[in-house]
Design a protein around this ligand. Structure first.
Ligand code: IPE
Ligand code: IPE
Ligand code: MG
Length: 231
């Protein structure tokens, strides 16, 4: 860990893409329309982030807890994932972006899980950036999975050994976490990884979070002084 660092370009940006439902509600549209707009925005913002020199982007697309939402909403989300993975994997491959998925895919219908696994496998080896999608993800669940792996291996671990057992193995911790949609909480996202992450919270609902506001968030990051507990 570096001692004191005033932020330049963050290496890893994580985004809690919240507010899709309220965005749709405001327009008298079904929540699924908000999720579609959110997904399209996620694609645009990830491209912008990579263009800005960010190497790792992580988007919270579906939490483990979200799986308790009404079946109708989940079906809408699954059909979005279906079309996302069918349409975008080749594009990511061409751009040399590696797609990773964090979370417990076993919580999803088998057909969706399979599509996601296949899509991610096709992009392995991309060297121009990593796009991580958190699907069926929960930070506590991820930590418990890692602890269980350690218990099975029967040995004590260092911090870095433990990090290597998490879904984010091999990825640096997020430098900047953006949460849209007005709530001021983590909602079980990257609990271990965000120990020293800089936070940027905004009222803007995710589908309205523009490239311009992303620029503002990156600008805010640049003016932060990161001390990691030192003076
Ligand atoms: C975030 O938007 C996306 C998912 C959780 C899938 P929400 O669906 O939580 O939108 P709001 O918070 O209800 O507006
Ligand atoms: C967090 O948003 C999860 C995602 C954005 C995927 P939620 O809408 O689920 O969070 P809470 O329920 O308001 O904490
Ligand atoms: Mg929400």
């Amino acid at each position: 860990m570096e001692t004191t660092k005033t932020g330049g370009v963050p290496r890893h940006v994580a985004v809690i893409m919240d507010g899709n439902g309220r965005w749709a509600q405001k327009r008298l549209l079904p929540r699924s329309a908000g999720h579609r707009a959110g997904m399209n925005n996620m694609i645009a913002l990830s491209e912008k982030l990579f263009e800005s020199g960010v190497e790792y982007c992580t988007f919270y697309t579906l939490s483990a807890e979200n799986l308790s939402r009404p079946q109708e909403e989940l079906e809408g989300l699954y059909s979005l994932f279906r079309s996302y993975f069918r349409k975008n994997v080749r594009r990511l491959q061409e751009k040399g972006i590696e797609l990773r998925v964090i979370g417990d895919l076993d919580l999803l219908p088998e057909e969706i899980a399979q599509l996601i696994r296949t899509g991610a496998a096709q992009t392995v080896g991309g060297t121009n950036g990593v796009l991580a999608l958190a699907v069926g993800y929960g930070g506590r669940q991820e930590i418990v999975r890692a602890v269980n792996k350690a218990v099975r291996a029967g040995k004590e671990l260092s911090e870095s050994d433990f990090s290597a057992l998490l879904d984010t193995a091999g990825m640096p911790d997020p430098d900047l976490l953006i949460r849209t949609g007005r709530e001021l909480r983590l909602s079980n996202f990257l609990l271990w990884q965000c120990a020293y992450t800089e936070f940027y919270f905004t009222d803007t609902l995710f589908p309205d979070f523009s490239e311009q506001e992303l620029e503002e968030a990156l600008h805010a990051y640049r003016s932060r002084t990161r001390r990691f507990g030192r003076v």
